[in-house]
Every structure is written in structure tokens, then in C-alpha cells.
Design a protein around this ligand. Structure first.
Ligand code: XMP
Length: 520
């Protein structure tokens, strides 16, 4: 249930791949919204949630399918504006007395153009200035007869009812997806929809911060909280927010496994302990981790060893806090959105690395997750609001197993030291050229091979390394960054000159898929 005093918009999810984008568009308009799968939206739920407006997402089903996903009919009696998108439009028409036709040869996928048919309505303010609008369609079935009370306001070649509305009841249906980039003017529709629904646009980070602090205080009371700090943006923002709420009732544990980048442990400790005056346990466990990894070259074994030791070490140090009742985690909204599963009930997807490996159950701890409602860029905005340094907030993601998975084959201290230097030079190059913020993630991997070179008058026999830099939206897919040849040449020269132990530099131009971002 929503824990906000702001006006709420409910997105009923019918399983579209792009439902999260609807939420993004709304959050950009400072509107608070939540996505809930259709199976969980009962009449009771609607009463408690009390939305100011409702959006039906798209979805892969057909209204003709047995057990086709439906919202509860009570939603139409709430007296609030409803916007149905794609499948959401079809289900709205079907339930209100219209007709949907199977897509025999009339399917429309990709770019299409919608032209207006009728006089203007508020939902379409700012649309059709150029007589037609480019939209992104993805449908097989289409609405062939609109429900009583509705009118058609836009058509496309294969969707005779591309835009329909019953303006008096404020019910709207679109056959296309206004939330995607390929509907260039789509954001305008969301803007118009929330305006006509009466949202004030007051879901700001400043308001969120104050609300979140009050919520943390109410949840925790005078109990103690521990937080695993990785130095990443999510756990850092969570820690600073919780510290602001409950002060020294919070203790952070930072586990240094010896697989961090150059200067990283010092940066994290200096910032949190010295700058924020936060109780912080700096667990220097390099010997333990590196000892356990000695001679191990299989990537999955490396991950298992690191994950297992991390839990042991965290538990050991958390015990020093004494009587902690809560564990803080930087879980984000995309990790907790219940995804629609047509084979069974809704399932909750939580990325395993966000969950400190079953610790809460093992240690009898309850969870504090103050970022559960936020997307990544909102966490960054909250970080700004809390005064975290810019350089920290914009940092590239760094994996839990750290440099271990950037050192294919056996991990040695010698290789780690070389890798740290090379990585620092590469990142420095990227920053100097002003490219850091354009890149999702960049790093060096040290290869398990020595190659022959010549430097000065001498022969060298040193390690080869690979540079990796990718663009991505969420890390799920990625493309290599198109550096100029000058940049690559300059970087290779610097690494070979400044990093003893490397005599050959390569650039990894594999996309994901088929590659992964990390080398292991
Ligand atoms: P891949 O290599 O799977 O990486 O394309 C996608 C994103 O996830 C990060 N990554 C990890 N993060 N624990 C983490 O916390 C891990 O074991 C792990 N493996 C990969 C990777 O850095 C990239 O951002």
C-alpha cells in the first residue's frame, strides 16, 4: 500500500515490456505512481489505494484468450480519469460495450502515423500541430467498434480507433504507446492526462526526503540499524538518508575484500566516517578473501567464495554493533516491481546482489529499504538533495566481486596491482576527455597471458590488457563505446608508459548480447 501523502496514480500492469516507461514518464512530471499487476488489483485494493487516476498498461494477451487479463469492473465506477494503452485500450472497450477484432493481416508493429478526426479534447493539447503525429504501434488485435459514449479522435492506417475518448467520463484509449521514444510527442499526452486529472506535480525529491525520513523514524523507533556499504550509489544514498533520520543508531559496515579499485577504500571511509561522521566499521579482510581465492580460476567458484565470505564477514562485524534489529538495503523500484506472469501468480523479482544473501533471516533482522519507490536516476537526484558529492553520485556501477571478475584466470596480488594502475589511467583518460558521463561503465581487464614487446632497446614479456567501455540503459543490453582512434592510441601509450607490467593494450568491441559487460 502507498506510504505517501501525495496524490497517487495507479498503473495496472497487463504485462507490457514497457510498463516501467509509463512510470518513468509520470515521475518526470513529479507525479507519484505505482505499478501493480492486474491479478492483485481487487475492488478492496482500489478502495485503499484511492488513486486520483488510473492507467491500464499494454500487454501481450488478446482479449479473446481464455482468462484474458481484466481489471476489476469497479475501476470504472471510481469517478477518476482512466487511460488505456494498447491492450489496455482494447480491454476498456471490450468491458464497456465496444468490440475488438482479431488482427487478421492488420497487425501493426513499429512506426505509424495518426491523423485527427474530430474536434479537440484536452488530452490531445499540443498534438497534431503538423497534422499527423508519429507513434509507435505494437498490436495484433484492434478496436473495431467503440463503446457507447466514446468518440474516435485519431486514426492510423491499421487502427481505425487509434485514439478514442469519452471526454465526459474522462476515459481515454490509445492503440499506440505514448511512453516510448518512438512516439516523439508522447510525453505531452501524459502531461495532459495528469493535468486533467488534477495532479499538482508535487512529488519532488525535497518532499520525498522529508517523507522518507519520517517513515524511517516511524519504522525503526529507537532500534539499531546496520547497513552494508559497498561504495556504490544505492547503498551510499540509503545510508546517508537513514543517518539523517536516526543518526548514530545506524552503523555501516564496509567490507574491503582486497578487490577494490585504486584509492576506493580510502575514498569511502573518508567520506562516510570523516565527512558524514557516521559510525563505520572498516573491515579490512583482504588477507581472508585473497587467501581463499588463491589458485582459483573458475569464474563461478570465485563468485561463490566471495559471496560466502562476504556474508561471514558482515555477520561477524554486524555482531559488534550489538542488538541491531534492522538491516538497511539500497533496493530500488525496478527490483521490486511485481512482474506479471501469465503462467502463475505475480512474482517478485529481486536481484540477488541487492539481497545480502539471506542475512536478514539468518540474523533475525527486519529490512529497511528507503529507496524502494525510486528509479536509479531518482536515487541520484536524492543523492544531490542530500548533498553527496557529484563525483560520487555519477559513479559507474562496480560489481560486488570487484576486480576478481576483471582478472580472468588466477588472481594474484601482482596482477591486481597492475590492474588497479591501468584502470586508474583509463578512467583518468575518460574523465580528461569529458566522456565519463556518456559511458555506462568503463574498466580494464588484465588478461591471463603475457606477450612479447619491445621498449627502448629491450625485449619485454608482460601482460596484455583489454579496455572495456559500454553504453547501456540498465546493464541488460550494452554496446561498446565508439572511442576515436586518437583516444584509443593515446590511452594505450599512456598505459604502456605508466603501468609497468603491461606491454599490450586491446579494445573490446563486443556488444551484449552476445558478450557480457564483465569478462567473467
Ligand atoms: P554483465 O557482466 O552480466 O554485467 O553483463 C551487467 C552489470 O552487472 C554488474 N555485475 C555484477 N554486479 N555482482 C554485482 O553486484 C555481480 O556478481 C555482478 N556481475 C556483473 C556488471 O558490473 C554490470 O554493471
Amino acid at each position: 500500500m502507498p506510504q505517501t501523502s501525495h496524490d497517487r496514480l495507479l498503473i495496472i500492469d497487463f504485462g507490457s515490456q514497457v510498463t516501467q516507461l509509463i512510470a518513468r514518464r509520470l515521475r518526470e512530471l513529479n507525479v507519484y505512481c505505482e505499478i501493480h499487476p492486474f491479478q492483485t488489483v481487487t475492488p478492496e485494493f482500489l478502495k485503499v489505494f484511492a488513486p486520483r487516476a488510473v492507467i491500464f498498461s499494454g500487454g501481450p494477451a488478446s482479449v479473446f484468450a481464455d482468462g484474458a487479463p481484466m481489471p476489476p469492473p469497479e475501476v470504472f465506477g471510481l469517478g477518476v480519469p482512466i487511460l488505456g494503452i494498447c491492450y489496455g485500450q482494447q480491454v476498456m472497450m471490450q468491458m464497456l460495450g465496444g468490440h475488438v477484432e482479431r488482427g487478421h493481416g492488420t497487425a501493426e508493429f513499429g512506426r505509424a502515423y495518426v491523423t485527427p478526426t474530430s474536434q479537440r479534447i484536452d488530452l490531445l493539447e499540443g498534438w497534431f500541430a503538423e497534422t499527423r503525429e508519429q507513434v509507435w504501434m505494437s498490436h495484433g488485435d484492434h478496436v473495431s467498434r467503440i463503446a457507447p459514449g466514446f468518440e474516435v479522435f485519431g486514426i492510423s492506417p491499421n487502427a481505425p480507433c487509434a485514439i478514442v475518448a469519452d471526454d465526459s467520463r474522462r476515459f481515454y484509449g490509445l492503440q499506440f504507446h505514448p511512453e516510448v521514444h518512438h512516439t516523439p510527442n508522447g510525453a505531452r499526452i501524459y502531461e495532459n492526462f495528469v493535468r486533467l486529472a488534477g495532479f499538482k506535480g508535487d512529488w519532488t525529491m525535497e518532499a520525498y526526503r522529508a517523507e522518507a525520513i519520517a517513515r524511517i523514524r516511524a519504522q525503526v523507533g529507537d532500534a539499531k540499524v546496520i547497513c552494508g556499504l559497498s561504495g556504490g550509489v544505492d547503498s551510499s544514498v540509503a545510508a546517508v538518508l537513514i543517518h539523517e533520520a536516526i543518526g548514530d543508531q545506524l552503523t555501516c559496515v564496509f567490507v574491503d575484500h582486497g578487490l577494490l579499485r585504486e584509492g576506493e577504500a580510502e575514498q569511502v571511509v573518508t567520506m562516510f566516517r570523516d565527512h558524514y561522521n557516521m559510525p563505520l566499521i572498516h573491515a579490512n579482510e583482504q588477507e581472508l578473501f585473497l587467501g581463499a581465492l588463491d589458485g582459483v580460476s573458475d569464474p563461478e567458484t570465485k563468485r561463490k567464495i566471495i559471496g560466502g565470505l562476504f556474508i561471514d564477514v558482515f555477520q561477524k562485524h554486524a555482531g559488534e554493533v550489538g542488538g541491531a534489529a534492522f538491516l538497511a538495503q539500497g533496493t530500488l523500484y525496478p527490483d521490486v516491481i511485481e512482474s506479471v506472469s501469465f503462467s502463475g501468480g505475480p512474482s517478485v523479482t529481486i536481484k540477488s546482489h541487492h539481497n545480502v544473501g539471506g542475512l536478514p533471516e539468518k540474523m533475525g533482522l527486519k529490512l529497511v529499504e528507503p529507496l524502494r519507490e525510486l528509479f536509479k536516476d531518482e536515487v541520484r537526484a536524492l543523492g544531490h538533495e542530500l548533498g553527496l558529492p557529484e563525483a560520487f553520485i555519477g559513479r559507474h556501477p562496480f560489481p560486488g566481486p570487484g576486480l576478481a571478475i576483471r582478472c580472468p584466470g588466477e588472481i594474484t596480488r601482482e596482477k591486481l596491482a597492475i590492474l588497479r594502475r591501468a584502470d586508474a589511467v583509463f578512467i583518468d583518460q575518460i574523465r580528461r576527455h569529458g566522456l565519463y558521463d556518456e559511458i555506462w561503465q568503463a574498466f580494464v581487464a588484465i588478461l591471463p597471458v603475457r606477450t612479447v614487446g619491445v621498449m627502448g632497446d629491450g625485449r619485454t614479456y608482460d601482460f596484455a590488457c583489454a579496455l572495456r567501455a559500454v553504453t547501456s540503459v540498465d546493464g541488460m543490453t550494452a554496446d561498446y563505446y565508439p572511442f576515436s582512434h586518437d583516444f584509443l592510441g593515446e590511452t594505450a601509450t599512456r598505459i604502456i608508459n605508466e603501468v609497468p607490467g603491461i606491454n599490450r593494450v586491446t579494445y573490446d568491441i563486443t556488444s551484449k548480447p552476445p558478450g557480457t559487460i564483465e569478462w567473467e
